[in-house]
Design a binder for this molecule. Structure first.
Ligand code: 0X9
Ligand code: ZN
Length: 420
């Protein structure tokens, strides 16, 4: 149910208009296929375009896997068209997979214990979880708000500090989760970091709290995240309109005002998943987060920034805008990324790859990490793509939340231990 106030022309008094919420988009009977593209880029692209199919990892590229969402009435024709190519089924029935991982309403206010990581959760419970961490650990935690989203939701995070209390400013460690609305594992993993820092008995972990000021934002795109829970589980962008288009959503990770104009790393089509916006920083979320990061840098310095995404198991560094440009501290970043990846593997044997964004995944302009590296000026900047490599993609089973958190924590702890 949505409530709108609009002025009544006759009486000039506010009137309440009640409209029904958009119905839930159904993926019942949809399949997701993982097609090995090899050299047949044109063929795969033309199948995807002619059948108007969604892909999960951008446009199909040479020698990569294309993960393609196919509605029930096109499954036979899709199978025929890719016959002879190597393909596997990621989701036989995407609707059923979504139902299996859907949020459960079991969170008891005030509990904030490790059972939180057994399930995905509705957005209001995430806010409650942060409030509960603050209440349980008042001398180490404080809920913070960076600003508001387009639809007026607070962009909420939790600040964690050590024995010096909230007034002793240390260099900041900033984590962003869920910039892409459908990447639900990132919300949980970023919260796992906060939970571990607050609850661990391990003396090294406790010492991190004395060394850094942590600002952990589990959901930096609340409008999009809420929309994935009310209407369309596969939504990625924010919920912004664009003039002269019927399509909604700007990709916040293509909208940051640094090298935004460089061609090739984003779409100018408002209907595309990676629509960059009409102008740099025309998404309110980008404006709020950029301003907050600059203020934080001015106030206390930013030691580390990580933008957490899924999926593909990658640990990446600047730059996204160019495959030739190299971060000034590139060798140090690569050494840290290599160490983090080794630490991740030790936990559950899961292999991440690492390297600069453009060379490791694809060119991406206007992404957060390039901006934070060059404009904000954080000391160390990374972006990760969490589990998996394509067995489940965005619909990662709930059993993988805790192990994903554990291994990601090992990676983060490696950085916290080894940064200069
Ligand atoms: O396209 C993106 O924004 C990232 N991949 S995703 O599937 N999570 O959408 C890759 C771009 C590299 N930058 C970051 N991961 N920040
Ligand atoms: Zn993403």
């Amino acid at each position: 149910m949505k409530l709108f106030f609009f002025p009544c022309g006759v009486c000039l008094l506010p009137r309440l208009l009640v409209t029904a919420a958009a119905p839930q988009v159904s993926y019942d009977g949809y399949s997701v296929f993982r097609v090995s593209v090899g050299k047949q880029v044109q063929k795969v692209n033309s199948i995807v375009n002619r059948l108007s199919l969604q892909t999960w990892k951008g446009a199909p590229r040479e020698n990569t896997m294309a993960d393609v969402v196919v509605p029930p009435d096109l499954i036979d024709v899709f199978r025929r068209k890719i016959s002879g190519m190597h393909a596997i089924t990621m989701h036989d029935n995407l609707g059923e997979s979504i139902a299996r991982e859907s949020p459960v309403q079991t969170y008891a206010t005030g509990s904030a214990n490790n059972t939180w990581f057994d399930n995905y959760h509705p957005y209001p419970d995430h806010l409650q979880f942060l409030e509960d961490l603050q209440s349980k650990f008042p001398s180490n935690a404080q809920v913070v708000v960076a600003g508001q989203s387009l639809e007026g939701n607070d962009i909420t995070g939790i600040r964690l500090f050590g024995s010096g209390g909230p007034n002793s400013t240390k260099p900041a460690v900033v984590l962003h989760g869920t910039v892409h609305a459908r990447e639900w594992i990132t919300t949980m993993v970023v919260e796992y970091h906060a939970y571990t820092l607050l609850t661990s008995q391990d003396s090294e972990t406790r010492s991190f709290l004395d060394k850094y000021d942590f600002y952990i934002f589990p959901v930096v795109n609340p409008d999009g995240f809420i929309y994935t829970q009310t209407t369309d589980r596969m939504w990625r962008k924010n919920r912004q309109t664009t003039q002269d288009s019927r399509c909604l959503g700007h990709d916040i990770n293509r909208n940051w005002p640094f090298k935004w104009e460089v061609p090739g790393g984003a779409s100018t089509d408002p209907c595309a998943q990676d629509f960059k916006g009409r102008k740099p920083a025309d998404a309110p979320e980008t404006v709020v987060l950029a301003k907050w990061l600059k203020e934080t840098k001015r106030r206390q310095g930013v030691k580390l920034f990580i933008d957490v995404h899924s999926y593909s198991q990658l640990f990446m560094t600047p730059y996204g805008f160019s495959c030739e440009a190299e971060a000034s501290n590139n060798s140090e970043l690569q050494a840290l990324a290599a160490g983090a990846v080794a630490a991740i593997k030790k936990v559950h044997g899961v292999q991440f790859e690492y390297g600069p964004i453009c060379r490791t995944i694809y060119q991406a302009t206007g992404s957060s990490v390039d901006y934070v590296n060059d404009v904000v000026g954080a000391d160390y900047v990374f972006t990760t793509e969490l589990r998996d490599t394509g067995e489940n993609g965005f619909i990662l089973p709930r059993e993988e939340i805790l192990p994903s958190g554990e291994e990601a924590w090992a990676g983060l702890a490696f950085l916290l231990r080894n940064m200069k």
